[in-house]
Write a protein that binds this ligand. Structure first.
Ligand code: ATP
Length: 240
């Protein structure tokens, strides 16, 4: 894809004290791409995501967003610039209603009429949220909360949407539904970086992918080639 680079990660190294969790990775996400980062437990995916979003400092290397280094920038500044994450475990506001959660997603905006229009759009994409508009988010199922977390993120009109393990803890049917939405949002042109343990689903939805192993990127390329790669098939797709 020959579109502008939105996110560029160069030789990123992140440690927890003496423990090196990310050991020099390079990742690029271009406008309109759906890029996935896959790998086993402990490979360093979540740590990478936290560094990208400003929740963890990095030791060496750099992360650039929209052409500018993010070194030393607060997490809040990234959000203002349209980098919005759906965290692992969803993080919905349990004691707020669905609508209130959606409004929280738009807290950086002040275009009230457009915000209302976007809520209606979210209800079209996620009909379940419309049925439950006044329900407290904490009383919704895991899958419904994942949908709400995605809708809340979209309310911020992201330029880059970061999804951390959206399938985690969900039933197979819910996982299918969540991925239908991810594909739909991607088809509308959203730029997405998806961290996911379910390698098959992630690669089937993505344009390109990176495989992380013990803190390094071991394989990367077009999602289709990764799906056909014998190393990926053996290690991540449960095939011989
Ligand atoms: P998972 O899918 O299980 O979340 P992951 O690929 O996201 O795995 P990370 O959570 O990034 O992996 O962990 C990478 C490495 O860093 C692991 O060895 C982990 O034990 C270590 N690690 C993660 N968080 C901490 C922490 N707070 N302190 C020390 N080590 C940590």
């Amino acid at each position: 894809m020959n579109t502008p680079t939105i996110l560029s990660i160069n030789n990123l190294q992140v440690s927890y004290g003496a423990i090196a969790a990310v050991k020099g990775i390079d990742i690029e996400v271009r406008e309109g791409e759906l890029v996935c980062l896959i790998g086993a437990n402990g490979a360093g995916k979540t740590t990478s995501m936290k560094a990208i979003t400003g929740l963890l400092p990095w030791k060496n290397g750099d992360v650039s967003y929209l052409g500018q280094s993010l070194k030393g920038q607060a997490a809040y500044d990234r959000i203002r610039q349209g980098m919005i994450m759906v965290p692992e475990g969803r993080g919905v506001f349990a004691r707020m209603t669905i609508v209130e959660n959606l409004l929280m997603g738009a807290f950086i905006r002040d275009d009230q009429a457009e915000i209302q229009r976007d809520i209606e759009r979210m209800f079209e994409t996620f009909p379940r949220l419309k049925e439950r508009a006044q329900q407290l988010a904490g009383t919704m199922s895991g899958g419904e909360q994942q949908m709400l977390a995605m809708a809340r993120a979209l309310m911020g009109r992201p330029k880059l949407l970061l999804l951390d393990e959206p399938s985690m803890g969900l039933s197979p049917i819910m996982v299918e539904k969540i991925f239908d939405v991810i594909r739909q949002v991607s088809a509308q042109g959203m730029t997405i970086l998806l961290v996911e343990q379910n390698a098959k689903l992630a690669l089937e939805a993505a344009h390109r992918g990176y495989v992380m192993e013990s803190g390094v990127v071991s394989i990367s390329g077009e999602a289709k080639s990764l799906l056909a790669d014998p190393r990926v098939r053996a290690a991540y797709l449960g095939e011989e």
